[in-house]
Design a protein around this ligand. Structure first.
Ligand SMILES: [Mg+2]
Length: 366
C-alpha cells in the first residue's frame, strides 16, 4: 500500500437527543473522516473524540491539529506491507490515540479491500451476528429515563447500560429494576466516584448488575482493586485502558474482571487486537465500547465485536439511535438486538460523498 493522497473532513451531525454523562453533555456529533488513497483503492477511517473534554482531553480540534501538523505529512509517499505495519509506525509517532485511530483504521480498510476480505475476517473474527446493547445517558427526570429505555427495549437490545453519578445512582437502578425487572443491566460511572463511595457500591451490589463500568478515575488502579475485593459485581475498566501496558498493569493489580476496548481510546484496531488477545489469554472477558462514533467507527466496532474474546454486548447501536443522519450507506441497523456484519470486502459500508459535503465543517487534502 503506497499512500498517495490523504483527505480529511471534519463533519458535524446533529444528535437525536443530547448525550449526557457524569462530566458533561453534547448535542452534536463531531467526527473527522479520513480517506487514504493509494491510487488503486481508497480506505476510510474515523477520528472521533467527543467535542468538549469530558471523556478525555481529546477534542475534534486537537485531533485535527495532530493529524494535519504531525501525523499525515510524514505518511505521504510511504509504503506499508500491512495495516499492522502501518499501526506500528503510527504508534511511534507523536499524536493522540484518537487522532491515530482515524488513520490506522483506514489502513485496515485498505488491507481488507485489497485482500477481498471483510474487515471482521482480517481481524480474526467470524460472520456471527453481534449482540448490541443500549447505552442511555443521564436524564434530569427518572421518568424520562424509563421512557427512553422502554422505547428502545422494543428494538430488542441485549442489555441496558445506564450512566450514574453521585446522587443519581442507587435510586436510579432501583427505579429501572422496578420498571423492567431482571433485564441484563449495568452501570457506567465514567470515573465519577472514589473509595469514599464504597457504601454506594455495596448498595448497588444487591441489584444483580452485570458490571460496574469505570467506577473511579482512570489512574486509580490500586483503589479500583480494593473496590473489586469488596464487591461481588465485576469491575470493568474503560477510561483506565489507553495502552496495552495499562491493561497489563490493571490485570496485575486486580483492578478489573472485565475490559472495555474502544478503538478510539486505544489508537486503532492493531492496539485493540493486542489488548483483546492479552485479555483472552488471561481469562478477562472483553466487550467493544463506542464514543459513540459515526458509522465508520461503529462498523469497525461491530467487526471487532465478532472476535472470540468479546463476551458482552457491544455499545455499537443502530445509526438512528443517536444520529439524525449518518455518513455511511446503508445505515447501521439493529434487528432483534443483533448487528449483522456485512460480508463485502473492507468495512462493508459505502461512505456517502454527498453526506460528507452536507455535514462538513472543514476539509483538507494532502
Ligand atoms: Mg464507559
Amino acid at each position: 500500500m503506497i499512500v498517495k493522497r490523504i483527505e480529511i473532513t471534519h463533519v458535524r451531525v446533529p444528535l437525536v437527543e443530547p448525550f449526557r454523562i457524569s462530566s458533561g453533555a453534547v448535542s452534536e456529533k463531531d467526527g473527522i473522516v479520513v480517506r487514504i488513497d493509494t491510487g488503486e483503492m481508497e480506505g476510510f477511517g474515523e477520528s472521533s473524540p467527543m467535542s468538549g473534554t469530558f471523556y478525555s482531553c481529546d477534542t475534534p480540534e486537537s485531533c485535527w491539529q495532530d493529524l494535519t501538523a504531525q501525523l499525515i505529512p510524514p505518511l505521504i509517499g510511504r509504503h506499508f506491507n500491512s495495516a499492522l505495519e502501518a499501526a506500528e509506525s503510527l504508534a511511534s509517532m507523536p499524536g493522540s490515540n484518537f487522532a491515530k485511530a482515524g488513520l490506522e483504521t483506514a489502513f485496515w480498510d485498505l488491507e481488507a479491500r485489497g485482500r477481498g476480505k471483510p474487515l471482521y475476517e482480517l481481524l480474526g473474527g467470524t460472520d456471527k451476528p453481534v449482540e448490541s446493547g443500549l447505552a442511555v445517558g443521564l436524564y434530569d427526570d427518572t421518568a424520562e429515563l424509563l421512557r427512553a429505555i422502554d422505547r428502545y427495549l422494543q428494538d430488542g437490545y441485549k442489555r441496558i447500560k445506564i450512566k450514574i453519578t453521585r446522587g443519581r445512582d442507587v435510586e436510579l437502578v432501583r427505579a429501572v429494576r422496578g420498571a423492567f425487572g431482571a433485564i441484563p443491566l449495568w452501570v457506567d460511572a465514567n470515573g465519577a466516584y472514589d473509595l469514599s463511595d464504597l457504601e454506594t457500591f455495596k448498595a448497588l451490589d444487591d441489584f444483580g448488575l452485570m458490571m460496574f463500568e469505570q467506577p473511579f478515575a482512570a489512574g486509580m488502579l490500586g483503589d479500583l482493586a480494593e473496590l473489586q475485593r469488596k464487591v461481588r459485581t465485576p469491575v470493568c475498566l474503560d477510561e483506565s485502558l489507553e495502552t496495552t501496558s495499562d491493561v497489563h498493569r490493571a490485570n496485575a493489580f486486580g483492578s478489573m474482571k472485565i475490559a472495555n476496548i474502544k478503538i478510539q481510546r486505544v489508537g486503532g484496531l492493531g492496539p485493540a487486537l493486542a489488548m483483546h488477545d492479552f485479555c483472552r489469554g488471561h481469562g478477562i472477558p472483553v466487550w467493544i465500547g463506542t464514543m459513540p462514533e459515526l458509522g465508520i467507527g461503529q462498523a469497525q466496532g461491530m467487526a471487532l465485536g465478532t472476535l472470540s474474546g468479546c463476551a458482552y454486548p457491544t455499545d455499537v447501536e443502530a445509526s438512528s439511535r443517536w444520529f439524525r443522519d449518518d455518513i455511511i450507506e446503508p445505515l447501521l441497523e439493529v434487528k432483534d438486538g443483533l448487528l449483522r456484519p456485512p460480508c463485502a470486502p473492507g468495512l462493508g459500508f459505502a461512505v456517502s460523498r454527498a453526506k460528507l459535503e452536507r455535514y462538513a465543517v472543514a476539509s483538507r487534502q494532502f
